[in-house]
Each structure stands twice: as C-alpha cells, then as structure tokens.
Ligand binder design. Structure first.
Ligand code: CP3
Length: 349
C-alpha cells in the first residue's frame, strides 16, 4: 500500500497531499492529559514504551493524518549524556548548565551507554511501527546540535540564548567540542530509531534563527549536514527533513549545505517565494501559523487555502510553521484536515 508522506519525500507521486502536525500528540488532547497524569510526568511518559506508543497514536485515531511522530523529546539526548533534566509544571525544561571544557569533558559519549539509557525510546518506535496502519509513515527525530546545545548552555528555555550566541562569536573550544559530541550521539540515536522502524527522520533546529553568516553555516547547517550525510551512507532510502527555523531566505543555503530531502518552513516564509525558490530543490513542509488553530473558522481556513494554492500537491507536506499550541480546540484540527482533503479533492476532479 502506498504511503503518501514517504512517497512525496522519495519523489513518487503521492495518492494525496500528506498532512501531519508538529506536536500533534500533546496537551491540547484530553486523552493525552489523562495518560500523562497516570504516568506521573512527561519524562516517565517518554521512557515507558507502551504509554509513548499510546500517545503517539492518539491523534491518528481522531484525525485523518498521514504520519505518526515518535513521542519523545529533543532533550533526552542531553539527559542521557548526564545533563540532569527536569520538566516542571508551567516552567518548561530545566537542565544542569554546561559552560566549560571540563563540563563538556564530563558528558558521557560512550555510545553503548547512551543507547542503554535511550533503549525505551527504541522500544517505543518498534511498538508504534507494528501498530501503525500500512498507509501511515512513522517519523523519528532529534534536535539539531545547535538547538540542543542552547538548552544545555542556558539551562533551559531562554529569551535570546545570549550565552550560547556569545560562545559562538568567541569561538569557544568547549562549544565546538559540545557540538561535535552532539553530532556523534545524534547519528547513533537516529540510526537506532531507523533500525527500530522509523521511516522518515526530522531534525529540529528551533533556534537556528539565532545565528547568521558564517556562524549559521558552522553551528547550524554544517552539523545537520554531517548527521544527514552519515545517515544517507547508512540508510540511503530514509528521507531526512530539516527544520531550520527562523533563517528566512537562508533556507536556500540550508538546502544546499545539508542536502536534506525536505525542509520545514516557519509561517513568515512567503509560500510564493518557497514555490519559486525551494520546491525545485526539495520537498517543502509547512507552514500554517499554529495560532490560527486556536481561533479556527474562516481565519484558519483562509490562511490554509493560500498555502494549498501556492504549493503543489506532489511537492508539499501540509504542516504547521511550529508546534501546535496547548490551547487549541481539537475540533479545529478536525476541521483543518477535512478542509485540506476537500480542497485537494476538488482540485483533482
Ligand atoms: O511532535 C510530536 O508530537 C512529538 C513529540 C515532541 C515533543 N517535543 C513532545 C513534547 C517533539 C518532536 C518535540 C520536540 C522539541 N522539544 C523541540 C523542537 C520543536 C519545537 O517545538 O521547537 C523542542 C525545542 C523541545 C524542548 C521542549 N520540550 C520544551 C521547550 C518543552 C516545554 C514547552 C512546552 O510546550 O511545555 C518541552 C516539553 C514537551 N515536549 C511537551 C511535549 C508534548 C509538553 C510536555 C507536557 O506534557 O507537559
């Protein structure tokens, strides 16, 4: 049976325009909140394969989506490397800060040790893959080295990631070493996800818009390129989507440097510009503003229509420009997906 998402990314003509939503499993769904509560916290959920599998599948039971994305987090790698991690209610992640050669030296980099800690994630991947309908694609993921490093350096979410950017400007040896370690562990982490059943990989560089010029190339694009090229050697058939959020017109440089199969674009990227400059090089994913799903109705549908008109069905994966918000009424997601199916059905007829 054909898989619309995988077909689009591998250059086959998809049976329909694939749709999935970043953070499609999460707090906007009451059934997610229930499982999370019973698990006793977000990290327990990530490390209990049956529960991670259950919440991964929840959005596919409600909505006509084409992909499942593994339920985990980009911060599980730093945690496995020995950087203590806690998710506090309404505060987001809190990590032990890294900021010197000795801090980086103390991080675990033994691959077997990391994989032992992360093995419940791989078990979740296998469980999801075996429960998934044959037309659905399973997406594995990791954070890009720059974004993961910012959480380690700042000790959590921060407004402007100043310490990280200053370290980049200063060409700090410990930052370079940290990025190198994250490249190596991300390659192993994604490889194990593929071995367990992931069919497509996405690399999230949420904070690549922090940097510009040479630093953007060096700390964001080059590490993603290194991960992608090693994965292509090991698994030539597994497409990689890159999400270099906030780089604007540098998306073209990102595609050239990383050779990703797809790029996920944030909502300020003009879709006519994306059509004229990106789709000849790779598949474009995006880019509805997640805020529009909170309001729903014509505001959401008009913005969706413009995206569907601008980006051709066989070169586009419909998605949001960033993760779905927890205030989103689930019925608006249902209306969004039905609208996309009707629009494409009418265009085909
Ligand atoms: O998309 C999915 O459904 C798959 C699961 C997934 C999560 N996080 C689950 C999650 C994915 C792909 C991520 C990626 C992630 N995590 C990113 C990159 C993408 C992006 O959103 O920019 C980043 C930066 C993180 C780090 C992270 N995790 C933060 C900053 C937070 C707290 C903010 C928040 O929304 O609460 C998390 C927690 C997190 N990761 C939740 C979920 C469902 C909420 C946890 C909860 O249930 O309380």
């Amino acid at each position: 049976m054909s898989k619309p998402l995988l077909d689009t990314l591998t250059g086959l003509s998809p049976s329909r325009r694939p749709v999935w939503l970043m953070r499609q499993a999460g707090r906007y769904l009451p059934e997610y909140r229930e499982v999370r509560q019973s698990a006793g916290g977000f990290l327990n959920l990530c490390y209990t394969p049956e529960l991670a599998c259950e919440v991964t599948l929840q959005p596919l039971r409600r909505f006509d989506l084409d992909a499942a994305i593994l339920f985990a987090d980009i911060l599980l790698i730093p945690q496995a490397m020995g950087c203590d991690l806690d998710f506090r209610e309404n505060e987001g992640p809190v990590l032990r800060k890294i900021g010197s050669v000795s801090d980086v030296g103390q991080l675990a980099s033994d691959i077997d040790e990391l994989n032992k800690t992360l093995s419940p994630v791989y078990d979740a991947v296998s469980a999801i893959r075996s429960s998934l309908d044959s037309d659905k694609t399973l997406i594995g993921f990791c954070g890009a080295p720059w974004t993961v490093a910012t959480y380690m350096i700042e000790g959590g979410t921060s407004v402007e990631r100043a310490a990280s950017r200053l370290a980049a400007f200063a060409d700090e040896a410990w930052l370079n070493e940290l990025i190198d370690k994250l490249v190596v562990s991300s390659i192993e982490y994604l490889s194990c996800q593929v071995e367990a059943g992931a069919e497509v990989l996405q690399i999230f560089d949420t904070w690549s818009g922090d940097l510009s010029g040479d630093l953007l190339q060096r700390y964001c694009f080059a590490p993603i390129a290194a991960i992608r090229s090693e994965l292509k050697k090991r698994y030539p058939h597994v497409p990689v989507i890159g999400f270099a959020r906030g780089v604007g017109v540098s998306q073209t440089d990102f595609i050239a440097a990383s050779e990703v199969d797809g790029v996920s674009i944030e909502w300020p990227v003009n879709t006519k510009w994306a059509r004229d400059n990106l789709i000849e090089h790779c598949i474009v994913q995006g880019n509805l503003d997640p805020l529009s799903l909170i309001g729903g109705g014509d505001g959401m549908l008009n913005a969706t229509r413009l995206i569907l008109q601008d980006l051709p069905m066989d070169r586009h994966i419909f998605n949001l420009g960033h993760g779905i918000r927890k205030e989103t009424p689930p019925e608006h997601v249902g209306e969004l997906v039905s609208f996309i199916r009707e629009f494409d059905g009418a265009a085909k007829a």
